[in-house]
Ligand binder design. Structure first.
Ligand code: HEM
Length: 204
């Protein structure tokens, strides 16, 4: 990253690194660690999140032939399908550090405690979603939390949506007939970003 920043200082171009190098906040240029940190954050936040979402969507379609056939026959469903697959297989769980002691739903939280925000669980809350455990590719009412909530809500959500839509459109156009070929061989990551890591498929 430092080499990339130095090369862009020497020779500015029309890209994100040069944008950050020349950006100002309150009349001051950004500190080098701020530029580097922003680049690292964008890279980390933008990579395994999207490939996990794309992988989970392909896993679903490859193991639910009715949904795969329906999406192949009705590409107009793509927008709602993308949101529904994000809801059902939300890849990201975040955490917060408790700033001061307080009670939440009868639990005492103490300054310095870590608190997990399990967005995937929120997305299957029966009080918020009808039929939460089922995937409905045409689900219209879908205010899911896959991109988080509040001031830290995902900065790249619309880029992520586009990546997921383009990946599925291209895949379905090229391989409308496909299936998970060996479900016992499928592996999923665990932890804060969840998605398939091994996904053997058979294409027709
Ligand atoms: C399907 C793909 C993605 C998912 C599910 C996702 C999900 C999330 C979630 C849950 C958060 C945290 C919200 C919170 O802490 O309250 C977040 C933050 C963030 N995401 Fe994404 N993300 C995705 C793709 C991307 C992409 C492609 C980029 C940019 C290239 C990106 C950039 C960021 C950044 C910069 C933050 C931090 C925002 C902040 O703290 O203010 N994300 N994302």
């Amino acid at each position: 990253m430092d080499a990339q920043i130095a090369a862009h200082r020497a020779e500015p171009r029309d890209d994100l690194t040069s944008f950050l190098v020349s950006a100002e906040l309150d009349g001051q240029k950004l500190l080098p660690e701020h530029i580097r940190g922003t680049m690292v954050l964008l890279m980390i936040a933008g990579i395994d999140t999207t490939w996990s979402a794309i992988g989970a969507a392909l896993w679903h379609l490859g193991s639910h032939p009715d949904d795969r056939r329906r999406l192949a026959a009705e590409p107009v469903l793509m927008d709602t399908a993308v949101e529904e697959l994000l809801r059902a297989y939300a890849p990201v769980t975040m955490a917060r550090l408790v700033a001061k002691d307080f009670d939440l739903g009868g639990q005492s939280l103490h300054e310095g405690d870590w608190l997990l925000l399990p967005f995937p669980a929120a997305n299957r809350d029966p009080e918020a979603f009808a039929d939460p455990a089922e995937v409905h590719l045409d689900r219209a009412d879908n205010r899911h939390a896959a991109f988080g909530l509040g001031i830290h809500r995902c900065l790249g959500s619309n880029l992520a949506r586009m990546e997921l839509r383009v990946a599925l459109e291209e895949w379905m156009a090229r391989y409308p007939e496909f299936e998970v070929s060996d479900s016992a061989a499928v592996t999923w990551s665990s932890g804060q970003v969840r998605g398939p890591r091994t996904l053997p498929v058979r294409v027709a």
